[in-house]
Design a protein around this ligand. Structure first.
Ligand SMILES: [Zn+2]
Ligand SMILES: [Zn+2]
Length: 256
């Protein structure tokens, strides 16, 4: 009888420990999910949007200090390249991250210049989440963020100081302007050159939204992949003939 009691005691202790472990495990998972445990974890919370349909509405959101004229410049150039693919380009104004979100997922990397300055880069998923929510709230089909914050890809961990990225399934694009500025390379700032680079990268990312993920191998085509700033300067703001034809095919497919 005594033996049996002891056994029962042991068993209840064992179950208590087991429930404690389960609780700890649950807590760990919860903490992981809300993103405290793993600094770089930033999963998107969103339902998938409906299928691509052209023509559609495109919104532009700004994160950073930009000249008021930048939106008109972007609008004019997107119209020039993609004309009837978009009903309109809507200026959605500025946004800033809340203080706690701002620091989330930031990775410090060296700039690779003479003074080896360290810069905090932000994960692209952080922007996509803002864009997905905004797109839904504003009832627009596609959205582009222009930010002066440096970014790294949430899906490709080894790509830092990205010029831009597009999330095709969620129909969102980001262009990061920090490394499009001449002073990033310790050279005298040049506003015209900066504008030209922003236009090229904007057209490139919107080009992905319209034409798909492929890059073009034509040196002058805006859809060519740019590894560095020199590559951006070498290409034009235009689509090559082959990409123009792809655009035309899309137009015929969507019957407009
Ligand atoms: Zn690209
Ligand atoms: Zn091309």
């Amino acid at each position: 009888m005594v033996k049996f009691q002891k056994y029962e005691e042991k068993l209840s202790k064992y179950f208590q420990r087991l429930s404690e472990i389960k609780f700890k495990d649950k807590l760990k998972r919860l903490v992981f999910r809300i993103g405290i445990y793993h600094q770089n974890e930033f999963e998107l919370i969103a339902e998938l949007p409906k299928q691509f349909i052209f023509p559609c509405h495109l919104g532009v959101l700004f994160c950073g200090d930009f000249k008021d004229t930048l939106f008109d410049t972007i609008k004019m150039n997107l119209n020039l390249i993609f004309d009837s693919f978009f009903y309109d380009f809507r200026n959605l104004g500025d946004f800033t991250f809340s203080k706690e979100i701002f620091n989330k997922g930031v990775k410090n990397k060296f700039k690779m210049t003479e003074n080896n300055e360290r810069i905090g880069l932000h994960p692209t998923n952080k922007f996509y989440q803002i864009l997905i929510n905004k797109k839904k709230g504003e009832n627009i089909d596609m959205i582009l963020a222009i930010t002066n914050l440096p970014i790294y890809s949430s899906s490709e961990d080894n790509i830092f100081f990205l010029f831009g990225e597009t999330h095709l399934r969620h129909q969102c694009s980001i262009v990061s302007t920090l490394s499009l500025k001449e002073n990033f390379y310790n050279r005298q700032d040049n506003q015209d050159l900066f504008n030209e680079r922003v236009i090229k990268e904007t057209i490139h990312e919107i080009g992905h939204l319209v034409l798909g993920p492929e890059h073009c191998d034509n040196n002058l085509c805006v859809m060519r992949f740019s590894v560095n700033i020199e590559d951006i300067d070498k290409k034009s703001v235009y689509l090559c003939e082959k990409c123009e034809q792809k655009l035309e095919k899309k137009r015929i497919n969507f019957n407009f």
